[in-house]
Design a protein around this ligand. Structure first.
Ligand code: SDX
Length: 432
């Protein structure tokens, strides 16, 4: 990263022109460094939705929205999906490098060791209504981990953080499986040392005492790939929430819980649930792909084509390409067709060739095909966003850790452009 070699000049009314440093990042992109603008000029910048605002420097994830590139710590997403499992990618994001054989084995052992949930936490699940949305339970359980696993005064702060990180990566998987078992009114199945991370998850979800459950290796592969696809995406809404909460020095569990809440919305991670609901509705109503696209173009319909569009990608999201391929592979295994996949592919074809979508550069995003795979694995629609959260966890953690080491380290606190009354005088109650 280069600073102070280039400057932009800002001309403001009744002030001398000022020189503002330009930062060139490691990929050659330029930013105008306005961090002392208010101090130097009295002005702030106005950028609702943070469309043009870089909130930090980060070395975790690279997204090129024009070319459809996504890399974690410099590794291309295709390369990681083909050659690593989720635990290795989690290690890469959190620790900065891919693990060697010994590190990989030790990390897997640690994750196994930390995978059980405190017995008293189990009663929490039972207090939730069966119909509670799983994301509400997940957010509550994640922050509850800070009550059950508080900081220990006698260990070094670095180790403390390491332990909290490992616990979170391991226990969130157990929590999500327990949410499902509770929803179904079934007993919890504890994790087992015999299984890998994804095998364990499938076993905790679907093991039954009355029907033998065989872990399908294709589902294990699919789950690993899906979790890798979701593992990080630089300064998206939920990661920004995690960083912002973390900037107040709130603990990791609390910060991640905020990320889970941010992810829940249908404009963000909740879109994977919304896509399947949209496809199911259209299928039931016998709507064609063209009908759905027409409705999404009507501004007053309040309807958007879910799983389409992205703040950064102005071309095909590389994760959507991988998810589409994986979806076809998983569905081909059973030899059955899925009418929803057929509708989704038709919808993609119609939308990407439609002038409304072309002019706005709207393409399928990560959420367009993933739900079809989760569904085939047996995960209920209202739990899709929990699956996104399980995948995104290493990313949130990596950003929380990076923020903690950031030498700038200031609490996140945007300014505003005030639009309220100038000043008013309180009237007595009888005169109002
Ligand atoms: C994720 O940021 C990340 O990195 C997020 C994520 C991650 O990994 O963390 O990639 C995960 O959140 C994926 C996005 C999931 N959301 C959806 O699929 C919901 C549908 N998509 C949209 O709501 C929207 O595209 C967003 C929220 C994803 C992006 O919003 P922007 O960048 O603020 O764009 P916008 O809403 O201003 O849209 C620009 C134009 C508008 O039309 P005009 O006012 O210019 O006429 O495009 C239109 C929008 O109305 N538009 C759509 C549309 N998405 C945008 N029109 C119809 N259907 C859509 N899906």
């Amino acid at each position: 990263m280069e600073t102070n070699k280039e400057f932009a000049t800002l001309i403001l009314p009744e002030k001398d022109p000022i020189r503002i440093p330009v930062i060139t990042d490691n990929m050659g992109a330029k930013s105008i460094d306005i961090h002392s603008l208010r101090k130097d000029t009295g002005y702030i910048t106005y950028d609702p939705g943070f469309v043009n605002t870089g909130s930090c420097t980060s070395g975790i994830c690279y997204v090129n929205g024009e070319q459809g590139i996504l890399r974690y710590r410099g590794y291309d997403i295709e390369d990681l999906v083909e050659n690593c499992d989720f635990v290795e990618v989690a290690y890469l994001l959190i620790k900065g490098e891919l693990p060697n054989t010994t590190e990989r084995r030790r990390y897997a052992e640690l994750l196994n060791k930390e995978s059980l949930l405190h017995h008293d936490m189990q009663s929490f699940f039972r207090s939730y209504p069966f119909k509670a949305h799983p994301m509400s339970v997940l957010a509550a359980m994640s922050v509850s981990l800070s009550a059950f696993y508080p900081e220990m005064d006698d260990i070094d702060p670095e180790l403390q953080v390491d332990l909290a990180v490992t616990r979170l990566v391991s226990k969130v998987r157990t929590i999500i499986a327990f949410i499902y078992r509770h929803m179904k009114g079934e007993d919890f199945v504890n994790p087992s040392y015999k299984y890998s991370y994804c095998e364990n998850f499938l076993n905790m979800m679907f093991k039954s005492s009355v029907i033998e459950y065989q872990i399908n290796p294709l589902y294990v592969k699919a789950l690993n790939q899906l979790l890798i696809l979701h593992a990080d995406h630089e300064q998206n809404c939920s990661t920004t929430a995690v960083r912002l909460i973390g900037s107040s020095d709130a603990n990791l569990y609390a910060s991640v819980s905020a990320g889970i809440c941010a992810l829940w919305g249908p404009k963000h991670g909740g879109a994977n649930q919304a896509v399947i609901e949209m496809l199911e509705f259209a299928h039931e109503q016998k709507m064609s792909a063209q009908d759905i696209v027409n409705k999404a173009k009507q501004k007053d319909s309040g309807f958007l084509l879910m799983g389409f569009g992205h703040r950064v990608y102005k071309t095909y999201d590389p994760r959507a390409k991988i998810a589409k391929r994986l979806c076809q592979e998983v569905l081909a295994e059973s030899g059955e067709t899925d009418p929803l996949l057929e509708l989704a592919m038709e919808l993609e074809e119609v939308a990407v060739n439609d002038s409304y979508f072309k002019e706005r550069s709207l393409y399928p995003n990560v959420d367009f095909y993933t739900g079809l795979i989760f569904r085939r694995i047996g995960i209920p629609t209202n739990m899709f966003t929990c699956m996104f959260a399980m995948g995104r966890l290493p990313g949130w953690i990596a950003h929380w850790l990076e923020w903690n080491k950031d030498p700038y380290g200031k609490i996140g606190r945007p300014r505003q452009v005030y639009s309220g009354p100038y000043i008013r005088k309180v009237q007595s109650l009888n005169d109002r």
